[in-house]
Design a protein around this ligand. Sequence first.
Ligand code: ATP
Ligand code: MG
Ligand code: MG
Ligand code: MG
Length: 563
Amino acid sequence: MRVSQFPLFTHKEVPADAEIVSHQLMLRAGMIRKLASGLYTWMPFGLRVLRKVETVVREEMNRAGALELIMPAVQPAELWQESGRWKHYGPELLRLKDRHEREFCFGPTHEEVITDIARRELKSYRQLPVNFYQIQTKFRDEIRPRFGVMRAREFLMKDAYSFHTSESSLAEGYQAMFEAYTRIFQRLGLRFRSVEADSGSIGGSVSREFHVLADSGEDEILSADQGDYAANTELASSPGPTIEKQSPQAAEKRDTPDTDTVEAQARLLALPLDRIVKSVVVMADDTPAVLFVAGDDELNLVKAARALGAEDIRLATTGEAESATGVPKGFIGPMGLPEELRVLVDERAATATNFSSGANEKDRHWINLNWDRDVALPEVADLRLARAGEPAPEGQGKLCSSRGIEVGHIFQLGRKYSEAMNATVLDESGRDQPMYMGCYGIGVSRIVAAAIEQNHDEQGIIWPAPIAPFQLVIIGIGMDRSERVRQAAESLHDQLEAAGVEILLDDRDARPGVKFADAELIGIPHRVVIGDRGLDKGKLEYRARGAEKSEELDYDGVVDSLL
Ligand code: ATP
Ligand code: MG
Ligand code: MG
Ligand code: MG
């Protein structure tokens, strides 16, 4: 491929409204263009990467025996009424009406549609287990679309659904998907971790997420330094649908909380919403009651309180909270904590930047979570585990906190949808039984952004080879002036292309500096530079993206040395 025929649409300037590096680089490298909030066009260069990810996902799903299909993106409301989610899914569901005033939604996920297929097509236990999947555009009207395709409204997901006659068959199918996911993320060349997770609005009991590890990740992962235990701290907020976490950048930008947002989020937390006040969280005795508070920070406080075991969480006025605790606004107080936990809290507070602790005039213990920063969930979740008095299940030792980007999520749904929608098969004794179900998602488009978050430098993207849009870029220096350079570059291009290498020849009449900068920005793993000076010595210059130095290669036999 030649840049003259495959224009790059690159930019030097860092786009003002892009907060995280993958979003900036995807715009600068000409991979995506924004149409409206959370809606993006994949430009030809970006699409090559997206397709690579899709291919790996498809190959591994096929290898695991899953069957590809495509379901409609638009789904009739009746199915969602049957499952009960028409009412419960909330404002993330984009609802539509057709010309006959019939209601539909644009699918954020496809449990209902696949369950409808299953109940029509699957009649006997002999047809199970079976796993159907698709790679398809989803729409979720995200409360805060941001970070480009990382949290878009329209995005590409691989979603799979398995059907079983028994719980043990479901567990096997789930394990097979766990292994397929592990292969997928290994093949993509990403550093990742699987963690215990909240089942969110999808439902079910057992679930695990796959996270690409990156400092900018929205999720916080706690993992044991010995053994395999790892969990998403979001778990602390269950039950109820998952709540978005604040990134530090977003937290800085925030001013007064938007009432709609607070209301929506409080609804998600399933809290009564008769009053919304900025206030205090109070925990009493060993089974803490929490007087609640609304606002973004406060949502974190609710999570923190839940992590500490709070069950009764209510809204309160500042006055009520103050009179209950005797501490002024801005305090969270686990009152009457067991002694060993108090000691732990005090130790933590001595080193943590974002909370302090002490006793008030009534000698009741309190913790102050700093209002201006992200609440220290790692510490809080740590306390939760300390309180349980046992190490994390499969792991031991200290819990370490890291950040992750959720790129995959697998669930054992059980019979939630099959019972609600009457999806049964005849079992061996001829009786109708609701099927057991699993569902398995991968954020195909999010993976592209996550890969960049994990692999970049000051100059731009550093693609892991398996998803690089091109493997090698040839830069000709002065191709417009030197016939010798043009011929050498063209011939190398043609030979490598014939050998099956995905190759990009920068044949523009541009200054070398521009070509070098673009090659680094778009992150092609290997680069060859051809110029008159090198050719005089029979040499070319080679450099791997991210390497500190270039090497000289002999022009004769270069194709073999590059392959
Ligand atoms: P999140 O916690 O990030 O909102 P989720 O838990 O709501 O994600 P799932 O319902 O588990 O998402 O969907 C499966 C996968 O789809 C996720 O693991 C994620 O990779 C991807 N995904 C979900 N929402 C988005 C989005 N708004 N933009 C891009 N990818 C998304
Ligand atoms: Mg999630
Ligand atoms: Mg979500
Ligand atoms: Mg999820």
